[in-house]
Design a protein around this ligand. Structure first.
Ligand code: HEC
Ligand code: HEC
Ligand code: HEC
Length: 142
């Protein structure tokens, strides 16, 4: 009888542990709060070049920036795809301190003159992030 009780405690103990681990897995993924940190979905631009990516998560949750450091009526609208309609959404503007360049100047954040591939994910990255399926370029293997 004593032996059995021990086994039962062990089983319940293991079940409880499994529950905690499982809950951690499930809720861990949903911890990100879009109200507090902005949309989770990456923003990807195709103009003038494909593709440049921006993540709210790393800027708000990660770097601790407030919404109005970028959504201040001057830098970025709260509407994906707005900036890429402007003719001056270029590296020259970034180097002058506009758009991303207002922080990515080598002081507030890494310089726009370095680490090109951190922002530029290319055509492949663009397709992956936007879920575009290539038919012609990849030989129609879909
Ligand atoms: C470091 C700059 C930056 C910060 C900080 C920032 N955003 Fe953004 N946000 C952007 C950029 C860039 C875009 C895309 C604008 C464009 O394409 O012209 C955007 C777009 C958006 C959009 C539109 C998304 C869509 O799919 O149309 C929403 C909503 C948004 N931001 C909310 C927030 C909120 C809420 C915060 C604060 C918690 C925040 N943003 C902080 C840069 C920022
Ligand atoms: C208000 C300031 C600010 C603006 C505007 C800003 N960033 Fe950032 N960004 C930061 C900071 C701070 C970091 C983290 C420190 C670092 O990596 O130097 C960062 C990190 C990053 C990173 C590395 C982490 C990641 O997200 O993967 C990328 C890529 C990036 N920014 C892209 C952009 C792009 C693209 C834009 C313009 C659409 C932009 N940022 C605009 C401040 C800014
Ligand atoms: C902080 C993010 C960031 C970094 C770092 C960055 N770029 Fe860009 N780049 C952008 C954004 C934003 C655009 C405009 C959106 C688009 O073209 O999709 C752009 C556009 C461009 C364009 C087309 C417009 C133009 O100016 O001719 C070229 C070419 C380019 N980048 C080259 C580079 C090279 C080369 C590097 C590295 C030396 C670099 N970029 C680093 C964000 C960045």
């Amino acid at each position: 009888m004593k032996r059995n009780n021990k086994d039962i405690f062990l089983i319940f103990g293991l079940l409880a542990l499994a529950c905690v681990l499982f809950a951690g897995q499930v809720y861990g993924e949903e911890e990100y709060d879009e109200e507090a940190y902005g949309p989770l979905k990456p923003i990807v631009w195709a103009k003038p070049v494909k593709g440049v990516v921006f993540l709210h998560k790393t800027h708000t949750m990660g770097a601790g920036l407030e919404c109005d450091s970028c959504h201040n009526g001057e830098m970025f609208e709260m509407a994906a795809g707005t900036a890429e309609e402007n003719d001056d959404f270029t590296m020259a503007s970034l180097y002058e301190g506009k758009y991303c360049g207002s922080c990515h100047d080598g002081e507030t954040a890494f310089s726009s003159k370095t680490r090109c591939a951190t922002c530029h994910v290319g055509v492949k990255g663009y397709n992956r992030l936007t879920g575009v399926v290539l038919h012609d370029a990849e030989g129609g293997n879909h």
